[in-house]
Design a protein around this ligand. Structure first.
Ligand code: PBE
Length: 281
């Protein structure tokens, strides 16, 4: 087999979905005969991406919208997920990064609210939330992860499109994982930045606000791999494609939930799922 004994270094970001996706890649490569090296759990999108382009890692799962807005600095709104993937793939080729195996699942950034607070203030859309931030800023306290606080597809872009500002006193930067419990309890924050496939949204009974101005792009996970390696082992694409195709919203949420809510190990969650689906023996 062409992949026998080939060393491939797999990276991931630090949150649970990424840890599971990283283990899915590792186990898949192993089953294909390769010799994967685990470099998952790197903190921060920019750090993982940097590891890929400098060759410290060979591949990781990135999201189409993240690349489109954050890496490639595009402002055009592309609503068709396949078209977005194709455009990202074409542009990122210039950076010697190859995109394979788009998953249908969409792990979009979103604004979530404490249920009781949302009902009290009649907030169901981000426009409602923006209005609340203007008329009654104290009621619009928002917890967010460091990336959401700074990325173009995070708060800076969101406030620009929806035409509001969040006073510093109502803008709380915390670890991503802390946002869910903070908004669930409603102590520091009644609103927060979340990832839509995160199992803690149902677990904390949070309400996801409708993005009524379609600010957020589509975030389908896909394999990003150094083009040098992609060219050397083109057969790998077919190995990842059916696996990616099985990763829809429901599946991502169910996998994430096992780690974030039930405390299972990402490696076990990945292995059980791959076996259950017949992707590995
Ligand atoms: N996301 C949602 C972010 C974090 C969670 C997929 C848009 C990202 O990793 O880019």
């Amino acid at each position: 087999d062409a992949l026998d004994g080939v060393t491939i270094t797999v990276g991931s970001k630090e949150f649970d979905e990424q840890l599971v996706l990283g283990q899915i890649a590792i186990l898949t490569l192993q089953a294909a005969g390769a010799d994967p090296v685990d470099q998952t759990n790197i903190t921060g999108t920019d750090a993982v991406r940097q590891s890929l382009v400098t060759g410290q890692i060979d591949l990781y799962w990135e999201y189409t919208g993240t690349a489109w807005v954050s890496f490639l600095k595009q402002t055009e709104r592309v609503t068709d997920p396949e078209q977005l993937f194709d455009k990202v793939k074409t542009l990122d080729a210039e950076n010697d990064v190859t995109w394979w195996a788009r998953a249908p699942g969409n792990d979009t950034y979103a604004i979530a609210a404490n249920r009781a607070a949302a009902e009290e203030h009649g907030v169901t859309t981000i426009s409602d939330y923006a209005e609340l931030a203007k008329s009654n800023p104290e009621a619009a306290s928002t917890c967010m992860g460091p990336e959401f606080n700074s990325r173009d597809d995070g708060l800076p872009g969101l406030t620009a499109m929806y035409g509001f500002t969040l006073p510093d006193a109502q803008r709380h930067e915390v670890n991503d994982a802390v946002v869910y419990t903070e908004v669930g309890s409603g102590k520091t924050c009644d609103f927060g930045s979340v990832a839509s496939t995160d199992g803690r949204i149902p677990a904390q009974d949070l309400i996801v606000l409708e993005d009524d101005k379609s600010f957020f792009p589509i975030y389908n996970p896909a394999i990003t791999i150094r083009t040098e390696l992609a060219t050397k082992y083109p057969g790998l694409e077919d190995v990842f494609t059916p696996i990616a195709e099985a990763l829809d919203d429901k599946t991502l949420l169910a996998l994430n939930e096992q780690v974030s809510v039930e405390g299972a190990a990402p490696e076990k969650v990945a292995a059980d799922w791959l076996r259950d689906k017949g992707f590995i023996g």
